[in-house]
Design a protein around this ligand. Structure first.
Ligand code: NAD
Ligand code: USQ
Length: 477
């Protein structure tokens, strides 16, 4: 058993020499980040994340920025002349954030990444690793600059540290901020009390700080915030995009759609949405909440340019998500882990659509005071349907794919009605990449390519919604 390090405290960069006061623009030496803990009783040890690996020399696949297939310029629909040029991507070292930062840079936006690298720390703590080898953020940015000539600025720090966040706003002066920087795993938030508290503290306070920073330093700045479809839960009626018009006792109003989140993580997103909605009303902030479904895939036009730009691909039971996990399981001959009856239905989207949706939201900003909600997914699937699709695609590749029913570690409906609206991003010009046979084939082929990196011990779920307790838990290594 490996002792897991609890994260029940705020994580701050050591501020002795205030490394964040200048952007780490294409820094040429490895940069050391100290992640500290305010609570001396917490088992979170001080940990130095230093890029110690020798730089590998990879061969370039392309030598210039590429155009994406959906290159049509987007128009501002709000009639508001505000156009974003400078975009800060919070959480830009993560799965969605890295792909988005590169995409926006490729599209001509000036981009800065803000990240405290805590996600890499979680992997160290839990003994997890991405299916794909991922370079340090510094090497990623060097490679991007070398291939395209485009610079992405880097601020390493914790958005829960308001002093740090304020400096990034004053120094970079963003027109738009894309906020991915949260603890985003539902199972992680259900490990024990300390992870539940950390998740809500990190996510809610981080978002609150971003709102205060916009109010104080950059009131025109458009907040593009990643929410989740899981905020709505699985009600027995159609799910609208953010709001529902209700007639009650003869009176009619349009109200926020009811929220029924089913983990401490998903609940943190609900709290965020309420705080954002309130500050749009009270302070006139312009915000778009992207209620994203489950993302799958790993390749975008930009990350495919070079191995050093490759994105992370989580397949473990804590950070891995359904379809990505099933593809890895098929690649290594592990039965597909359908939880419970498998009738759980969710919205899904390709990561290439994630980056395009964010681009569309930025190019068509909300009006001052407006709190827009877009449902960001392209197709709905039952978990059992995904398992069947992966089985068929695997058989075509000569893989022997089996499915097992795993006792459901979560508390969720396993058979239910699900019908969600998702027209707003389509209306702005999104042309979805649907999960065709060929897409599944290429995703499976990709996972087969890296199957030797899979640690099969990380596949079965070990976190139970019912057994979450006060005591800090260790997780088997
Ligand atoms: P991720 O864990 O890969 O990336 C999150 C990044 O944010 C990491 O690099 C982490 O270091 C950083 N971060 C976290 N807290 C921070 C803080 N306080 N200060 C600075 N940086 C911090 O997650 P992801 O899959 O890229 O998800 C990004 C966002 O999209 C999350 O908000 C998540 O809720 C949302 N989302 C993800 C999915 C999905 O399927 N991956 C689906 C719907 C919504
Ligand atoms: N599931 C299985 N087997 C698995 C993994 C998952 O049956 O091996 C089931 C789960 O029980 C659940 C569904 O698949 O019913 C989705 O689970 P998931 O782990 O793929 O996704 P989830 O925990 O909901 O979280 C992910 C991201 C999160 C994001 C969310 C979008 O980690 O950041 O907010 O997807 S949504 O689900 O729309 O809320």
């Amino acid at each position: 058993m490996a002792q897991l390090l609890s994260s029940s405290c705020s994580l701050t960069i050591s501020s002795r020499n205030k490394p964040y006061l200048k952007p780490l623009n294409q820094c040429s030496t490895p940069f050391s980040v100290m992640v500290g803990c305010n609570n001396s009783r917490s088992p979170l040890r001080r940990l130095s994340l230093r890029d110690q690996k020798p730089r590998k020399s990879f061969s370039a696949v392309h030598a210039a920025a590429v155009s994406t297939s959906q290159d049509t310029p987007v128009q501002t629909s709000s009639g508001d002349p505000f156009k974003a040029k400078r975009v800060m991507v919070f959480g830009g070292d993560g799965y969605c954030g890295w792909a988005t930062a590169l995409h926006l840079s490729n599209k001509g936006y000036e981009v800065a990444i803000v990240d405290n690298l805590v996600r890499r720390l979680f992997d160290h703590q839990l003994g997890l690793d991405s299916l794909t080898p991922i370079s340090s953020i510094q090497n990623r940015l060097h490679r991007w600059k070398a291939l395209t000539g485009k610079s992405i600025e880097l601020y390493i720090g914790d958005i829960c540290d308001f002093e740090f966040l304020a400096e990034t706003f004053k120094s970079y002066e963003p027109d738009a901020v894309v906020h991915f920087a949260e603890q985003r795993s539902a199972p992680y938030s259900m490990i024990d009390r300390s992870r539940a508290v950390y998740t809500q503290q990190n996510n809610v306070i981080g978002t609150l700080n971003v709102l205060f920073a916009i109010k104080e330093y950059r009131e025109q700045c458009h907040l593009v915030k990643l929410g989740t479809m899981g905020e709505y839960g699985t009600p027995n009626i159609d799910i609208e995009e953010g709001y529902i018009t209700i007639t009650h006792n003869g009176r009619t109003d349009t109200l926020p759609y009811p929220k029924q989140a089913s983990s401490f993580y998903h609940l943190s997103k609900v709290h965020d949405s309420h705080n954002i909605a309130f500050t749009c009303k009270a302070w006139g902030i312009r915000a778009t909440d992207l209620n994203q479904g489950v993302v799958y895939g790993v390749i975008t036009d930009e990350t495919a340019m070079h191995e050093e730009l490759y994105n992370r691909f989580d397949y473990d039971a804590i950070f891995g998500t359904a379809l990505n996990r099933f593809c890895v399981q098929a690649a290594v001959g592990h039965p597909l882990t359908v939880y419970g009856k498998g009738g759980q239905t969710r919205g899904f989207l390709d990561i290439r659509d994630t980056v395009r949706c964010v681009e569309l939201a930025i190019a068509n900003p909300a009006n001052p005071g407006e709190f827009r909600v877009f449902n960001q997914f392209t197709e709905q699937f039952k978990v059992s349907e995904l398992a069947n699709l992966v089985t068929k695609a695997g058989e075509k590749l000569g893989l022997d794919v089996k499915t097992m029913s795993v006792p459901n570690p979560r508390v969720e409906l396993e058979e239910h009605y699900y019908n969600c609206k998702n027209t707003k991003l389509i209306d702005l010009g999104l042309k979805p990449h649907f999960l065709s046979d060929s897409l599944l084939d290429s995703l499976l082929n990709f996972t087969v390519q890296y199957k030797d990196r899979v640690d099969t011990k990380q596949i079965m779920p070990g976190v139970s919604w019912r057994k979450v307790g006060v005591k800090t838990k260790t997780v088997p290594a």
